[in-house]
Design a protein around this ligand. Structure first.
Ligand code: MRU
Length: 358
């Protein structure tokens, strides 16, 4: 997608050095900074500190982390150690485990001298696949927006939560991919961007949309239901960190409340996900998905810009009150209209058939 008219991705490989450069998302939207990651340890830190974030991007970055580790020591021991360390960085997005398992499976098949080159090539392939997958999600989701346009003959209003745009993937994003596709095709779309406390990933969504020229309005999380009641939302599209085979959707905290409000107002609610986000092993999403409990400081503090233009952390709440900070919630399949994937759109209970899973 574009920044100031120039095509950019959230991560790119430095082929000669076999390192990657990322957009450091902890600096956005106040500054656009790049950071070169040169080791698996730095990759782990970047994922943990949310310099890279969003399920698909976490997976891609971890794959590069494994590839970097293989450049130094391609033994089974180092492979296992690296994968184990990276696996614990963020627990909820299944794309992380998916990418690590895929890398480990491929690497262990090879003799040690061949592993460094192959691992690098596979990490590049995972990154390229992410772009193609998300572009396909965009094409498939575009049909929903086109249908709404044909139905209403006016601007289509889409509500999204958190950031599931190109910053959360290598390019395109998932929830925002159909929106970019519609905008690029000349359709009149407008996006309600929810703030998404406590990390305010809505700021990233607003920044992305602004840079690409997509009309949008930033709202606090609590306003989403109000705009649905006003008839100002035609469709809700969110991303996901893990989806069960029966269509339960784990996504950023607050997603469940949007799905409830959408159902109450007869508004279609879709999750847009690559197949790497579907956890085919899950039987009971409510019990089995590990919901990340994040630092209390994310709630006690707020990052913003001072009147001098400096990025600062401000305190909202002292230590006298306890805080709880679950990073994600689970929207049960019964509240989900459909799942937009690279292979097409399925009803929540139609995912297994779409991907030919028994
Ligand atoms: O905690 P984050 O910012 O990594 O959470 C991101 C989300 O919840 C996204 O909606 C999800 O990962 C899908 S990103 C395409």
């Amino acid at each position: 997608m574009k920044i100031k008219g120039r095509s950019r991705t959230s991560i790119w490989a430095n082929e000669g050095r076999r390192t990657v450069t990322i957009i450091d998302q902890t600096l956005l939207p106040f500054a656009l900074g790049e950071l070169e990651l040169t080791s698996a340890a730095q990759v782990g830190e970047a994922i943990r500190a949310m310099r890279v974030r969003g399920a698909p991007l976490i997976g891609v970055t971890a794959a590069y982390g494994v590839a970097m580790a293989m450049q130094l020591d391609s033994t089974d021991g180092n492979l296992q150690e690296t994968c184990a360390a990276l696996r614990t960085t963020r627990p909820t997005a299944v794309n992380l485990a998916w990418a690590l398992d895929r890398m480990a499976r491929l690497i262990t098949r090879l003799p040690e001298p061949d592993r460094a080159d192959a691992a690098w090539a596979w990490a590049n392939a995972i990154a390229a696949e992410d772009v193609a997958t998300n572009e396909a999600i965009g094409r498939n989701g575009l049909k929903l927006i086109e249908d709404l346009h044909q139905q209403h003959h006016r601007k289509i209003n889409i509500l999204t939560h958190c950031n599931a745009g190109w910053l959360a993937a290598v390019d395109w994003g998932t929830a925002l991919a159909p929106i970019y596709a519609a905008h690029d095709a000349g359709m009149d779309v407008h996006v309600w961007v929810e703030e998404t406390r406590p990390r305010n990933q809505g700021l990233l969504t607003a920044w992305e949309l602004r840079e690409h020229g997509v009309p949008h309005t930033y709202i606090v999380d609590n306003a989403g239901g109000y705009f649905m009641q006003q008839g100002d939302v035609d469709i809700v599209i969110v991303g996901a960190d893990r989806v069960s085979r029966t269509g339960d959707v784990a996504n950023k905290i607050g997603t469940y409340l949007k799905a409830l409000a959408a159902r109450d107002n007869g508004i279609p609610f879709y999750a847009a996900v690559p197949s790497s986000t579907i956890d085919w092993q899950l039987h009971d999403a409510m019990k089995e998905i590990d919901i990340e409990e994040r630092s209390a400081d994310e709630i006690r503090m707020l990052r913003g810009q001072s009147s001098e233009g400096l990025t600062r952390d401000f305190r909202l709440l002292d230590d006298a009150s306890a805080v709880a900070n679950p990073g994600f919630d689970i929207t049960p399949a019964r509240l989900v209209t459909g799942i937009i994937t690279e292979a097409g759109i399925a009803a929540p209970d139609g995912l297994a058939a779409l991907f030919h899973k028994n």
